[in-house]
Write a protein that binds this ligand. Sequence first.
Ligand code: SAM
Length: 243
Amino acid sequence: MSWHATALTLFPEMFPGTLGHSLAGRALREGLWRLDTLQIRDFATDRHRSVDDTPCGGGAGMVMRPDVVDAACAAALAEGPARPLIYLTPRGRLLDQALVRELAAGPGLVLVCGRYEGLDQRVIEARGLREVSVGDFVLSGGEPAALVLLDACVRLLQGVMGGAESATEESFAEAAAPLLEYPHYTRPVEWQGRRVPEVLLSGHHAAVARWRREQAEAATRERRPDLWARRGGPHGRLVETQD
Ligand code: SAM
């Protein structure tokens, strides 16, 4: 049974979107993963097919109704084996490669895409929705966030990515204390007066590996002190006891 994602959304036409192309798209067509959408509005019960209502306590915007979202969740979960339910929200745990790895290793996902001001808190609690954010900014809806999360998961699925090295060498590959990746170069060797670093032309594999490691560590130290701080030791080398 392939990895199975279901997006609950008011805009099913936004899927597969970018995931219909390139590696993810080919894998989808080859059945390496499966993507369904459920139109949340189909679970509305009144004659206006309402999915939202005004916020209790007043204020701007509208809130998605718990009963309608709950019925959509139930329908998604009724299809096959249990899968984690995720609500994309700026209030959630920040998405990172560790979470992506965990989710890609499971049976798939049910993704709830919010609109308006978001979901009524009671359905989040009642369904045990895991809240995940794709960054400290506010999107107009959960669909682009769902596409980001799915893209990151799908490329880790067995058979999706060509070149087994790609996933082990790239940024965040070291689960315990991630590093950013080293910089890349290709031909021409000289371009606009800038040369490819000599070590990369030397054919000396150990020297190349050492240079790349140093570059990765320097970039992480300068650009992401938060990640660097997760590494211990006098030179930022990983200390075994760190998480
Ligand atoms: N009122 C919400 C707040 O201030 O946190 C923002 C609601 S936003 C306009 C509508 C929907 O977009 C959210 O319910 C959520 O599903 C999605 N969304 C917005 N930003 C997101 C982010 N950074 N990560 C994940 N989902 C996001």
